[in-house]
Design a protein around this ligand. Structure first.
Ligand code: URA
Length: 433
């Protein structure tokens, strides 16, 4: 087999065979096929797309390029959840303990944040002592005992994706549904759960800019799951404004704790109830969505979900004193109210811009090696549809930086006003399965 023939075939818009796809993935990971040939093939895929069969074969080859985790020694149905990334997205911190408190098993491997989006591991590590590295045996024991664990991905998980994503990033080949869908699903499938609940976000703070794009990506990923015989369902959710109020690591952990006590912001609660109900149905706790939502609401109210969160933090060596009294986290040196120079209804929030402002205040990384200030971030006080008078507080900025005037300006510029009331997009727009 020759890589040039495979490139020409895709350039001529012909369907690649399973063997041709695994030949190119194997060769690329081993280093026998060079970057320039893979770049050419990726660009041909961007232009000519891939059939469902090709995407399934690509996902399968990528998944098998490294470790495939065996979770069969965890009893019951293991349900994983994946978000395509957003701003203020602390859903996993709430959903893990919440669905585990209802009897589902969550054995989750997460990533770190980069650019305007945050990462679950960084949020967890803002709890003093919290460990995201665990041996495989301890990870399995923890899920069997308390129903959930969230750890870092093993170093050898889908090496084909690590190498290919870095190449796509510098060759203009990131934006392609088959490449994105296979990249995400190969990692999810390699982590060994029985069912996958995807949160595909769309809007100004998301990878997909509108619901149409999100639906195409979600459908492609659900089809891959079906092909691999894993129950895969996707929620299309609105990221035209940050989720909840908090952006930034400690601020988000505090908001997740409030939510687990039943006191969180409405949009975050709604998303957790909808996604949680899908996960409970996937775990076969119930086949009735209404019943699932009632069970989730009950465990938020009676403290069971929060109890699982505390067990989870304790198991992974986080200091429970901070969870029981969140004032121990302290606050950043500068806590500054950002006031509105305008009056009107908030029509739109440039969420990516807000995520970048939070990153610049210290809450995120521009480059992989940057260090995070866990206290930094933004609390959003006004959301889409709210009416604002001149001088009302739009947001509160938290930073240990001495200079923050540019970020105040960025935060103000992120809010767009209208004189008339605006129609709001619901947080959960659709569910695909
Ligand atoms: N996230 C991924 O993991 N892969 C992509 O290709 C895009 C977003």
């Amino acid at each position: 087999m020759q890589m040039t023939d495979i490139i020409l075939k895709k350039r001529n818009n012909e369907e690649l065979l399973k063997d041709e796809i695994s030949y190119f993935i194997d060769g690329y990971v081993k280093g026998t096929i060079p970057d320039y040939q893979v770049s050419a093939l990726l660009m041909a895929i961007v232009f000519n797309g891939m059939s469902e069969k090709e995407v399934a074969a690509l996902t399968f080859a990528m998944m098998n390029s490294g470790d495939v985790i065996d979770l069969t020694s965890i009893s019951g149905i293991k349900v994983d959840k994946h978000s395509t990334g957003g701003v203020g997205d602390k859903t996993s911190l709430v959903l893990g303990p919440l669905v585990a408190s209802c009897g589902a098993k969550v054995a989750k491997m997460s990533g770190r944040g980069l650019g305007h989006t945050g990462g679950t591991l960084d949020k967890l590590e803002s709890i003093p002592g919290f460990q995201v590295e665990e041996s495989r045996n301890k990870f399995i024991k923890q899920v069997n005992e308390i129903g959930m664990a969230i750890v870092g991905q093993s170093a050898n998980l889908v090496p084909a994706d690590k190498k290919m994503y870095a190449l796509r990033d510098v060759t203009g080949t990131v934006q392609s549904v088959p490449l994105i869908a296979s990249s995400i699903m190969s990692k999810k499938l390699a982590t060994g759960s029985d069912a996958i609940c995807l949160d595909v976000k769309f809007g100004s703070g998301a990878f997909c800019k509108d619901s149409k794009e999100a639906k195409i990506l979600a459908t492609a990923m659900v089809k891959i799951g079906d092909f691999m015989k894993k129950d895969t369902r996707a929620l299309l959710t609105n990221m035209d404004q940050p989720l909840g109020k908090a952006i930034g690591n400690i601020l988000e952990v505090k908001e997740a704790i409030e939510t687990l006590k039943g006191e969180g912001p409405q949009d975050l609660i709604e998303l957790c109830l909808q996604a949680g109900s899908v996960m409970l149905m996937q775990a076969k706790i119930t086949d009735n969505q209404k019943e699932a939502i009632e069970l989730l609401k009950k465990n938020l109210k009676n403290g069971k979900a929060f109890e699982v969160f505390k067990k989870f933090v304790k198991y992974q060596k986080g200091d429970l004193n901070y969870i029981e009294d969140t004032s121990k986290f302290g606050v950043a040196e500068n806590v500054i109210e950002v006031k509105s120079p305008f009056a009107g209804y908030i029509a739109k929030i440039d969420t990516q811009n807000l995520g970048l402002a939070a990153m610049n205040l210290g809450a995120g990384r521009e480059k992989k090696e940057d260090k995070i200030d866990y206290q930094a971030g933004i609390i959003i006080e006004k959301k889409c549809g709210d009416y604002v008078e001149v001088g009302d507080i739009l947001a509160v900025l938290h930073t240990n930086h001495k200079e923050y005037n540019d970020e105040i300006r960025n935060i103000i510029e992120s809010f767009h006003f209208k004189n008339e009331k605006v129609d709001l997009i619901p947080i959960v727009y659709d569910i695909i399965y």
